[in-house]
Write a protein that binds this ligand. Structure first.
Ligand SMILES: Cc1cc2nc3c(=O)[nH]c(=O)nc-3n(C[C@H](O)[C@H](O)[C@H](O)COP(=O)(O)OP(=O)(O)OC[C@H]3O[C@@H](n4cnc5c(N)ncnc54)[C@H](O)[C@@H]3O)c2cc1C
Length: 382
């Protein structure tokens, strides 16, 4: 893909920051087990969050491709910090577009500055893939809504400053049409949270969020009563392309480290990179990453041009994490017994990347979306 001069210089700035500030401490952040909020503010000050948002809301008014370039570079240095930027991109875009202007003015600039973290609360204990079948209830009481129920698997469960919560305001049989979204500060009375002991993404924290008679004004609704679900699904097409690039960034880091290693490490008197059994899997990995990268940026270009990109986004969302996992696994093996220690980052990258084979929709769900785009709703009617 040919980049503009502006895209090249932003990519270069993100690349330098990621390799100098993030990569050396990637594993330490997992050991610390909490999100370094000052680092997120620093990323905000550098202008890496929400670049495609309008200038009036704190963004740079740039394109989605530039957001992708930043995400890929940050993913190279720290997959989890890149996750923070992807969630911020998804949610700030939805809030900017669909929240009441005064609510958007309050939250979006704070997200872009890295000062506020908003979490997405869709999944419930009874299921995530069939997201429209949610049970958490919001019933109207005059000008307020009262929420009761549980969300689970929420990234940033115990660190978020606010939750974008999807709740049932209509009847269960209304499906997606009876769902509304509310942007709710996390310190609102009646909210409590837990944190899971996860395999990856440890510094982000994922857990359940409980709503016990949580009262919110109608003005906190995002996208209109009964229209919340459709609004957020449109936003996912953007974050899916970013997630793919985030995963490819992490895979490229392991791949670059593996290429350096195979030039130095010797077996049978020669560098192991001279064995095609070693170099060919890495060459195949380069090829796969390059192909998915191109499709990811093509997806973002379609978005920037205002064209439909739902199928493309679903394609890269399942292929990106899956391929990144396989590539990192291959790199780990290339390091022989050193790869099996926690001293090297490959094991952490594998665990971190694997989370996004599930999060934001599994590969099966992505394939259902692709099928629906090709043959219509018949592909998903059971
Ligand atoms: C790291 C991580 C971060 C997450 N962050 C968030 C977050 O911030 N906010 C949030 O709301 N959720 C979040 N989630 C939850 C995530 O979106 C759900 O886990 C996901 O949508 C799958 O839902 P489920 O776990 O209930 O699995 P289920 O829906 O129970 O699915 C179980 C299995 O069945 C398969 N399956 C289900 N239906 C079909 C079908 N029709 N055809 C074929 N196969 C099918 C699935 O592919 C899966 O393998 C996160 C999850 C992870 C792992």
């Amino acid at each position: 893909m040919i980049l503009t001069d502006e895209q090249k210089s932003i990519k270069e700035a993100a690349r330098r920051f990621s390799r100098e500030r993030l990569l050396p401490t990637y594993q330490q952040r997992e050991l610390d087990g909490h999100l370094d909020r000052s680092l997120i503010r620093e990323i905000g000050r550098l202008g890496f969050i929400g670049v495609d948002l309008p200038v009036e809301l704190g963004g740079l008014g740039l394109d989605g491709v530039t957001a992708g370039l930043i995400t890929e570079e940050l993913g190279y240095g720290d997959f989890n910090i890149a996750s923070t930027v992807v969630v911020a991109a998804l949610l700030s875009a939805i809030i900017a577009r669909d929240a009441k202007p005064e609510i958007a003015q309050h939250w979006v600039p704070a997200i872009v500055r890295g000062e506020a973290i908003v979490a997405l609360a869709i999944t419930e204990p009874k299921g995530g893939s069939d997201a429209a079948n949610m049970q958490l209830k919001a019933h109207q009481d005059g000008g307020n809504f009262i929420l009761n129920g549980e969300k689970t698997s929420v990234t940033f469960s115990d660190t978020a400053d606010a939750f974008l919560v999807f709740a049932r305001t209509g009847q269960q049989e209304d499906g997606a049409k009876g769902v509304s979204a509310f942007l709710i500060p996390s310190n609102t009375q009646g909210i409590s949270t837990t944190r899971f002991d996860d395999l990856g993404g440890v510094c982000l924290g994922r857990g359940s969020v409980f709503f016990d008679n949580v009262v919110v004004p109608e003005s906190y609704s995002v996208g209109g009563i009964g229209k919340g679900f459709t609004q957020v699904m449109v936003g996912f097409d953007f974050s899916r392309a970013l997630i793919a690039l985030q995963c490819l960034g992490a895979a490229q880091a392991s791949l670059d480290e593996a290429w350096s290693y195979v030039k130095e490490r010797e077996a049978f008197g020669i560098p192991i990179g001279q064995f095609q059994g070693v170099s060919f899997p890495l060459a195949e990995a380069e090829s796969q990453i390059a192909a998915i990268r191109q499709l990811s940026y093509h997806t973002l270009q379609l978005r920037d041009a205002g064209q439909k990109h739902t199928a493309e986004a679903a394609m890269v969302k399942w292929m990106g994490p899956r391929t990144a996992f396989d590539v990192i696994h291959q790199c780990l093996l290339t390091f022989g017994h050193y790869g099996w220690t926690k001293d090297l980052p490959h094991q952490q990258r594998m665990r971190d990347v694997m989370g996004l084979e599930i999060g934001d929709g599994t590969a099966c769900v992505m394939k259902l979306i692709i099928a629906r785009e090709r043959i219509g709703r018949v592909a998903i009617q059971y």
